[in-house]
Design a protein around this ligand. Structure first.
Ligand SMILES: NC(=O)c1ccc[n+]([C@@H]2O[C@H](COP(=O)([O-])OP(=O)(O)OC[C@H]3O[C@@H](n4cnc5c(N)ncnc54)[C@H](OP(=O)(O)O)[C@@H]3O)[C@@H](O)[C@H]2O)c1
Length: 331
């Protein structure tokens, strides 16, 4: 089968389309025929080992000191169940699903084998495969941060970077949890962010939200421009700053902020949970959550997609479509 492999860290040029062995599902696994995957900001970070301040050494220990231990990137996918192991009763061949690669990543592939009781769930019928592939990365990140930040109905939430992959999920999910949402984005994305349910939008090219006198119970920073030092005055008395993009110093500062004030800083990697994927699928089914798709590229042009994504200005998600050439597969 085809897969996109990278054998060294670097620019998008390190990504190579290669033939690799098609996996066979173990007894407890499903084999997914992949229809779509995505290029996330996280994929670009790992490919280039371009990580937030202070995480350089830790990242090398996790992903490989000199070269990547896991040579196939990709955080999320959608597709159809092709085959199931003998102990699997939850899925059957033909079921449409979406899934998260978890620590093993490896979603830039034509087929993926993974545990049936892991990060794989049925695709909501009202979403395309392309939309479903883009559910997990932004959706699970936001759910984890909102859980840790204890978002409440009626609270005021501000999303900095409201038009990105995480931001577009955050706007929709904050609305779902009953928050009054303000989205911060550039002029070109104001309408998009409003259309996702933001009550207010702030154009960061014209207004600095930390200077307008408003306060928020929750501030989500997906950009790295709203550290505690800059936005503590914009948090209410018990306000929580959710640093989706934060460096090691921000993480280390978090306990100190909690000890010395009633405000909180929450940072660090988000947990990936199967129950969150189920929750997101239910919300999508109910029409309350729909991933935003910016661009689509075929698997063969994935390096182009990486070049676009790492500019840091995508609107929602960038999808990779995976075409299956049946004749080739039979050979
Ligand atoms: N902690 C975790 O576990 C975790 C999980 C997922 C992601 N992340 C991190 O979160 C970050 C965001 O991820 P993403 O996938 O959402 O990235 P993304 O899709 O590239 O979005 C970034 C967004 O930031 C906006 N932006 C750029 N400059 C801005 C500014 N000065 N003020 C406000 N918005 C601005 C861009 O909008 P414009 O085009 O309008 O400028 C763009 O929509 C990444 O760095 C990623 O590594 C962390």
């Amino acid at each position: 089968m085809k897969a996109v492999v990278y054998e060294k860290y670097g620019s998008p040029d390190v990504l190579e389309l290669k033939e690799v062995e098609k996996p066979a599902p173990r007894d407890n696994e499903v084999l997914i025929k992949v229809h779509a995957t995505t290029v996330t900001s996280g994929d670009c970070r790992i490919r280039a080992l371009n990580v937030p301040v202070g995480f350089g050494l830790i990242s090398r220990l996790v992903f490989g000191v000199f070269r990547p231990k896991q040579q196939i990137l990709g955080s999320e996918l959608s597709g159809e169940i092709e085959a199931v192991g003998k102990d699997v009763s939850k899925f059957k061949p033909g079921d449409p699903v979406f899934a998260m690669g978890g620590f093993g990543m490896s979603c830039y592939v034509e087929y993926k084998a993974m545990p049936a009781d892991g990060l794989v769930v049925l695709k909501p019928a009202n979403l395309s495969f392309e939309e479903a592939a883009a559910i997990p990365f932004g959706g699970t990140t936001v759910l984890d941060f909102f859980r840790r930040g204890k978002i409440q109905h009626g609270e005021k939430a501000l999303i900095n970077g409201a038009s990105g992959g995480v931001g577009t999920a955050a706007v929709q999910l904050a609305r779902h949890f009953g928050a009054e949402v303000t989205g911060v984005c550039s002029t070109a994305n104001l309408e998009l962010v409003k259309s996702l349910g933001a009550d207010k939008v702030i154009d960061y090219t014209k207004e600095d939200f930390t200077e307008n006198g408003e306060t928020y119970d929750i501030i989500v920073d997906t950009v790295g421009t709203a550290p505690f030092s800059r936005c503590k005055g914009s948090l209410t008395g018990k306000g929580r700053l959710l640093l989706v993009l934060g460096g090691l110093p921000d993480m280390l500062q978090a306990p100190w902020v909690s000890m010395t004030s009633s405000k909180k800083v929450i940072a660090g990697p988000a947990a990936e949970r199967a129950e969150d994927l189920h929750f997101l699928a239910k919300l999508a089914d109910a029409g309350e959550f729909k991933p935003v798709i910016d661009r689509r590229y075929p698997l063969e042009q994935i390096a182009e997609a990486h070049r676009y994504v790492e500019k840091g200005h995508k609107k929602g998600n960038v999808v990779i479509t995976v075409e299956h050439n049946n004749k080739k597969e039979e050979l």
